[in-house]
Design a protein around this ligand. Sequence first.
Ligand code: SF4
Length: 378
Amino acid sequence: MAGLYIHIPFCKQACSYCDFYFVTQQKYKQEFVDELIREIYSHKDTRFTTDPIQTIYFGGGTPSLLTPAQTGSILEAIYSVFDVQAEEITLEMNPDDVTRDFLSGVKSAGIDRASMGVQSFDTDLLNFMHRAHTSGEALRCLELLQSSDFNVFTVDLIYGNPGQSLEVLEKDIETILQFDPPHISAYSLTVEPQTRLGKQVKLGRIVPPEDDKVARHFDLVVNKLKEAGIMQYEVSNYAKPGKEAIHNSNYWDHVNYLGLGPGAHSFWWEEDLKTAHRWSNKPDLRSYLKQEWEQPFEQETLNMQALAEERLMLGLRTRKGVASEELKSRYQFSFSEEQLQYIDRLSDEGKAIFDQNLRLTTKGLKIADTILLDILTK
Ligand code: SF4
């Protein structure tokens, strides 16, 4: 089984915190779709089409800036090149693009999971993040979604914003819960240096919130969603039982995936399962339209040690953790004495549990990045 990631690089405007690849000019959308279809066809009868495709994910950028017909033509090309046995086909959407017709159009085109980039309902926060939608549009799109044929959907939420109070966050969570979402992704705002937010922080115009405050936000998200039966299954992801995202879970499990479109990354195991490759297309629409996707922009070969460390890092961010048996048989990896001592300490402090699987508790997940760094440097 494998996954497909399709990067749609168009956005209406630049959100202040975003470091994904996108352009705000809209005029090359059809050229892009045509080129993407060429890229899809370039894989016909290659080794990438032998694994059945379990998941397809349209990310971006803003995939909802394409028309349902354009999305349908991309899916049609995918179906004619790959052996699609999809259990999940997701499209990221922004609230200001969503209408009843749009939802029914993309559903008929073959999308079965909607990922809605709400982030907040608070006008000041939406302005601060430079989101293109209003609070009213966020509410309306969720109403439309709830009354549509999409019974599987996810809503994105951001916490840890400078100036975001616990009360505002609580109100955002309660508003989302009114729409009974099966899945929520809640991200702590990260300050990336190349973004508008990053530059303002560097200039001292914005002070990022203290770690303690972000930790209180995290606790609030975990607890409020838990009360609603939406359980944390990864640091930033929450779902009702059985509604966990398959595509993202497969990334964490090192399942093969092919990324298409400018800036998209791919990951594929060698046939002997001793090494894997990761490569990406250049994050540049002009180069992409000149067919530069034919050559990888960046590529690396990952040996077993690198793969084991990555699997550990990704697995420990999930609630189920990672099985030591899997680390041994798939990656020939065992913990060193020093790592085991550190893990014992984590267990004593209630931050980890180590039986068949090594996994972090809620207390551990809150500081997952620090713990992962500590484990890997032991
Ligand atoms: S809409 Fe999404 S991809 Fe586009 S700038 Fe905003 S966060 Fe980034």
